[in-house]
Design a protein around this ligand. Structure first.
Ligand code: FMN
Length: 252
């Protein structure tokens, strides 16, 4: 079986809020652990993977108003409180989410709607749990409630051209930039605020927060950067953003 590509994962991913009562296969779980170790090594962050060892005993309690089904495995995304760390959490956290998607799992970025008392996470001095990523097997049929939740939040979707700040009209922008934006639009953001724009001026591309307010914009910035990179790569341009709000995209 060939694994789905990152681009396919971007196309397929949606926030999963209904899980089957089924524990993650040990082979898959091992891959997730290795991925977390790798990301921590690259980033210096303190992501942690938690998994229950028995069915009927979920590893975390999600808010019942939003989620259904037990969550036996989740990642806690731990990092520094400053904006650059928050962005890193977004970027590396999203690499993890896309990898889980490639392995056939459902995931959801969750900053708020879970019971914080239901988990014990190791948080170094000066750091915090930014988000958790509950994960497992998505139910084949999405219950009406979760379908409605997503539809309501996604109603605020912006159009691709609204993501572009440029002297060039959207339709005349290079294809790889349009593919990058397409991926940013498809990506997750806190309460679907889509607070990140792509700037294209003087032949240079950068990513910038245009909308502040909920305190998670820098998570969203990191996520948007990862999504853009996957879209651009799919269109044949491999590159990465430098860290920071307003930082440039560098072609590799
Ligand atoms: C940083 C961040 C925090 C989020 N926190 C929550 C949360 O607390 N509860 C929740 O149900 N969804 C949460 N979400 C998921 C968003 O609501 C979701 O990504 C957005 O509505 C877009 O929908 P989609 O992911 O299904 O494409 C969060 C997403 C991000 C990126």
């Amino acid at each position: 079986m060939t694994m789905m590509t990152e681009w396919e994962a971007v196309q397929k991913r949606i926030s999963c809020r209904s899980f089957e009562d089924r524990m993650i296969d040990p082979v898959i779980l091992q891959k997730l652990k290795e991925c977390i170790d790798q990301l921590n090594e690259e980033s210096g962050l303190h992501f942690q993977l938690f998994s229950s060892d028995s069915k009927g005993r979920p590893a975390i309690k999600m808010a019942a108003a939003m989620f259904s089904g037990p969550v036996y495995t989740f990642a806690a995304l731990v990092g520094g409180e400053d904006p650059l760390s928050a962005e890193k959490v977004g970027y590396y956290g999203h690499r993890f989410v896309l990898y889980a998607e490639q392995l056939g799992l459902g995931t959801c970025w969750v900053a708020g709607t879970y019971d914080k008392k239901s988990i014990t996470v190791d948080v170094p001095e000066g750091e915090r749990v930014w988000d958790v990523i509950p994960m497992g097997y998505a139910t084949e049929k999405i219950p009406l409630k979760q379908k409605t939740i997503r539809k309501m939040i996604r109603r605020s979707d912006r159009k691709p051209e609204q993501f572009l700040e440029s002297d060039t009209a959207y339709e005349n922008a290079p294809n790889w930039i349009k593919k990058g934006i397409e991926a940013v639009l498809l990506g997750p953001s806190a309460v679907n605020q889509q607070p990140v724009n792509i700037i294209y001026r003087d032949g240079k591309v950068s990513a910038k927060i245009w909308k502040k307010g909920n305190g998670l914009e820098h998570n969203d910035l990191g996520i948007a950067k990862k999504q853009f990179e996957v879209g651009a790569a799919y269109a044949g341009v491999n590159g990465h953003f430098l860290p920071g709000d307003g930082a440039e995209f560098v072609i590799d």
